[in-house]
Design a protein around this ligand. Sequence first.
Ligand SMILES: Nc1nc2c(c(=O)[nH]1)N[C@H]1C(S)=C(S)[C@@H](COP(=O)(O)OP(=O)(O)OC[C@H]3O[C@@H](n4cnc5c(=O)[nH]c(N)nc54)[C@H](O)[C@@H]3O)O[C@H]1N2
Ligand SMILES: Nc1nc2c(c(=O)[nH]1)N[C@H]1C(S)=C(S)[C@@H](COP(=O)(O)OP(=O)(O)OC[C@H]3O[C@@H](n4cnc5c(=O)[nH]c(N)nc54)[C@H](O)[C@@H]3O)O[C@H]1N2
Ligand SMILES: [Mo]
Length: 698
Amino acid sequence: MQQELLQVRAVCPLDCPDACGLVVTVDPVQQKAVKLRGDADHPFTQGFLCRKVNHYLERVYHPERLLHPLKRVGPKGSGRFERIAWDEAIDTIAGRLKQVIGEFGPQAVLPYSYAGTMGKIQGSSLDRRFFHRLGASLLDRTICSTAGSVGCGITLGVGIRAAVEPEQAVNCRYIVNWASNTVATNPHFWAIQHEARKRGAKIVTIDPYRSPTAEKSDWWLPIRPGTDAALALGVMHIIFREGWQDQDYLDQYCLGADALRQRAQNEYTPETVSRITGLSVAEIEQFAKEYACSRQLFGGPALIRLNYGLQRHGGGGMAVRTVVCLPAVTGDWRYPGAGAFLSTSRQYPFDVFALERPDLIPAKTRVVNMVQLAEALHGELPGPPVKALVVYNTNPATVCPDQSRVVSGFRRDDLFTVVLEHFLTDTAREADIVLPATCQLEHWDIMGSYGHLYVQANPPAIPPPGEAKPNTEIFRLLAAAMGFERELFEASDEDLCRQALTDSGGFAGITFDQLREGQPVRLNLPTDWAPFAQGNFGTPSGKCYLFNPNEEAAGRDPLPHYIPPHEEPQTQPQLAAKYPLQMITPRNAAFLNSTFVEVDHLRRQAAEPTVNLHPDDAAVRLIENGDAVTIFNDRGRFRARASVGDSVKPGVVVTHGVWWSRYTPDGQNSNALTSTAVTDFGGGGTFFDSLVEVTRAN
Ligand SMILES: Nc1nc2c(c(=O)[nH]1)N[C@H]1C(S)=C(S)[C@@H](COP(=O)(O)OP(=O)(O)OC[C@H]3O[C@@H](n4cnc5c(=O)[nH]c(N)nc54)[C@H](O)[C@@H]3O)O[C@H]1N2
Ligand SMILES: Nc1nc2c(c(=O)[nH]1)N[C@H]1C(S)=C(S)[C@@H](COP(=O)(O)OP(=O)(O)OC[C@H]3O[C@@H](n4cnc5c(=O)[nH]c(N)nc54)[C@H](O)[C@@H]3O)O[C@H]1N2
Ligand SMILES: [Mo]
């Protein structure tokens, strides 16, 4: 007799704003997922999936999936491992951790994790409790979004991010993708932009590279990398000059409009801004006019979708602080769906205290910035040396800046490395012990989003393969082996999901029982949500800080301004004489950071590492389209295939990330050239801020 197939709801766990609703078809006899599709009932993601997650089952059932604990038997990095039992793995780890703590103190242990899963439970619950209880060094998780969140907070109030309800953006008539490759990195929001365009909207993209989004936009503004704050100030100059500002909004809801106006008028003339940004005066004038007058010219308000590209430069925090001043100047915050949109993540009041138990952190624990893993592993940071590293939900040997030094750090004989993974990634190959972790279909979790306003639970659809275990369970076992209080770790994953929900803000009235079966539930926010329509910013006075008195008190410039990248020709002519090209390393549409590089046909779609060069830059280097080239600077080198064309400005090269070393021509990717220098605010990564040179490979 044939049993009926089951349909189980799930949520895509990947680090992407869309957090898609999924439906998994499960054969209950084989206990196997036979199909995975988008959930047509999810109001935001509406049943369609990106080209990566359409193949998620190939990842789940991949022949190279890790099924058992492993211990290293060859030299570090050789990739030679032997299967061991869970007991041996846990005892070995607990033994080594105790030894390190005895000799060097608990801060010689460094946890290292990021957003391989965005789930609150498998991403930041018992793992944090474990390391807090142990007294390990704290990790500052800066690799992606901190420059923008701190920058945004300077204008909107600490902890506040520019947010709109994305579905409402269909009512906007001017949509600016500002450093956002929305088509590839936020495809469901592109669908909304597309709908807005059908209703009359104009779509503009500001990007040094003619990305797929720029390609599909009505207008591409090819800005020079890292100069976005200057453009925003130039736009303000023109708005104030022409009197296009919303003076009533400025008077009622903002602090420092006059000071900002003077700054823009005196220091950011269109000519100055043209020299900095590489855009023409005519382009800047036209953009300012269309943006500020969108209601008159196009029949509706304007929205800036600012994403991550502008944050990955030395001045990235200030760039975001500056751009999010624009909707206050124009008054676009008055309209639902309009204004500026960075992230909705702060609308989810998860009970971080209950999940992570920060009260367990001992006083004076040192903090390590994750971008500076190279320094941490080479003993160059204050505090005890790092002697044990526990990595989960991230692949630092691939994604961290200054890759060669990260890898040489991993190879230290006196370092003990544990990696919890699905695959033998570049990082897992450097480990002493590798532990097999479960995927999203095999464990409980609860998911927010940074691109919409729904919360969802993710019940397990299938049992774990082999001996894989959820991160939470692995930390329960480690806690027991370390002799930690049982009551700190006894909550089940389902209990943790309950603990994650508060009954406040966006979660008010939402219970876990409502979420258990995986239905998406909209946060408890008004239907025409427009958070700053009447001010209500997160500052003490509720006003938008065009002028920020706290910055002044801290001895910094209280007004928005342009901070040049660390490495660029205008301010670093000597470095640029040696390395004249600005390299940016945006996302590869076939991968999710370094996830999916292991899926053969997605890797085949991405083909091989490439570098886009302008024909003028190629010609002087005698490089032709399709040539094998070497890209290099003082930090390192990597090989790629040249793609010569006008998709980039002269002086800029683009290479898409993030390739596993194992699949590159010379075992290095673009992070061999990126630096561990951090952003002006938030200590963020500066992945798009490197001067390089390119030559034909021999
Ligand atoms: N398919 C896919 N989707 C993803 C990811 C992925 O790897 N693949 N990664 C996810 C993650 S972790 C993140 S953080 C987001 C990132 O999402 P996005 O920010 O949209 O992605 P990026 O490709 O990093 O950068 C966006 C654009 O910024 C441009 N850019 C670079 N420097 C500058 C600059 O100085 N000024 C301006 N105006 N533009 C600039 C780049 O050329 C690029 O086209 O995407 C998420 N979604
Ligand atoms: N050159 C360059 N480098 C970059 C960037 C760039 O633009 N250019 N972007 C940066 C950005 S924005 C980001 S966010 C980082 C992202 O970098 P990472 O956070 O390292 O993201 P991924 O490369 O996707 O690796 C996540 C890993 O987590 C694992 N994983 C997923 N779920 C689980 C789980 O439940 N348990 C366990 N144990 N493991 C799991 C996956 O198998 C995968 O190997 O990369 C940064 N690096
Ligand atoms: Mo990211």
